[in-house]
Design a binder for this molecule. Structure first.
Ligand SMILES: Cc1ncc(COP(=O)(O)O)c(C=O)c1O
Length: 356
């Protein structure tokens, strides 16, 4: 960062940007990286490259962040939801197939809290139906998923993959995001959209509507430095999850974060879900923990329960029971990289006390 400041390359050109794009794409097994200002606009740019016609549909999980739905709506498309799988909290691949119709153009699998979506059936469904895949890997830096017997990095799947480098992510640039892809034309279009769609040959001439979604060289310098430590970061997150698992194993009130045999999670957030027979919900558990000095965060509220989306006539009368249950019975415990073993111990003791 100091080098970037000293060199004067503080805005959206400079060697750290080029290096961050190259190195992050390579880490994900991709050939192209397009750095943008956050994960939400990474999704926006990636979906924009699909050139949806009004009314074209994109299948996504109900259990996700609103950014996924926004990207499709801003592109003139319609988000179509599938429920979460109760074991992994990611989109249920069995439900995807039943939502594919004549207007479906793409599937957007989202890895949740560091655990991959089950990509093998999702990719197979997309291939059978000739659909694009836009992977939302914002929460799964460095996670892997087994596909056809081969471990593949999250961020390597489909037409394009999107990342966030928000403060709480495994790699952060303060705010930031990236689209990674192997498709050169898609990457070029994404670069153009991020930078106001300037014409390469005639600078202040515009054939289409673009955005200023640029990341700065200063931010990229932060990213490059962390990428050098990526293996250690993933190892630490997995060790933290193991420490929580060991300490929380004695409570039978909670479903702990999963790790399927086909998945290597990075446990971005350590989420827990209260079993149905426990007489309190996540909000009550959160307040009890707060009184004990432990901050938590609620799980996502489903897309079909969002007033801003319902007001647009979306998802009328639709029910996604797994998502609804997760929203009411799930929360995540302190999960920051700086957390010590002692703090994990203290949080786990507080959970036991709150549940007693
Ligand atoms: C799954 C998912 N997608 C997209 C985003 C959006 O990223 P950002 O906050 O950088 O806009 C997030 C944010 O945390 C996320 O969790």
């Amino acid at each position: 960062v100091a080098d970037a400041v000293r060199s004067g390359w503080v805005s959206s050109s400079g060697p750290f940007l080029a290096e961050f794009e190259r190195a992050w794409a390579a880490y994900c097994g991709r050939s192209e990286g397009v750095a943008v200002s956050n994960g939400t606009v990474a999704l926006e740019v990636a979906v924009a490259t699909l050139e949806l016609e009004p009314g074209d549909e994109v299948i996504m999980p109900a259990f996700t962040i609103v950014s996924c739905a926004l990207a499709v709506l801003y592109a003139g498309g319609v988000p179509v939801l599938v429920d979460a799988d109760p074991a992994t909290w990611t989109l249920d691949p069995a439900a995807v197939e039943s939502r594919i119709g004549p207007r479906t153009r793409a599937i957007m699998p989202v890895h949740i809290y560091g655990h991959p979506a089950n990509m093998e059936p999702v990719l197979a469904a997309a291939e059978r139906a000739g659909l694009a895949v836009i992977e939302d890997a914002a929460e799964a830096h460095g996670a892997d998923c087994l596909v056809e017997g081969e471990w593949r990095r999250c961020g390597s799947f489909g037409n394009a993959s999107c990342f966030s480098f928000y403060a709480n992510k495994l790699v952060t640039t303060g705010e930031g995001g990236m689209v990674v892809t192997d498709d050169r034309a898609l990457a070029e279009r994404a670069r153009s959209l991020r930078n106001l769609c300037f014409e390469p040959e005639r600078r202040f001439y515009h054939r289409s509507l673009g955005h200023n979604f640029r990341l700065t060289n200063l931010q990229a310098a932060l990213g490059v430095a962390q990428l050098e430590r990526m293996d250690g970061i993933v190892e630490r997150k997995r060790a933290m999850a193991a420490a929580y698992r060991e300490r929380l194993a004695t409570t039978d009130a909670l479903q702990l974060p999963p790790e399927e045999p086909w998945a290597r999670s990075v446990y971005w957030m350590y989420g827990v879900v209260l079993h149905d027979d426990v007489g309190l919900d996540a909000a009550e558990l959160g307040s009890r923990l707060s009184r004990l000095g432990v901050e938590t965060r609620p799980f996502f509220l489903g897309m079909h329960e969002q007033p801003a989306l319902l007001e647009r006539g979306l998802f009328a009368g639709e029910k996604y029971p797994v998502t609804e249950r997760l929203a009411r019975r799930g929360l995540y415990l302190p999960s920051g990289l700086g957390l010590t073993e002692e703090q994990i111990e203290r949080v786990s003791d507080a959970v036991a006390e709150a549940l007693a």
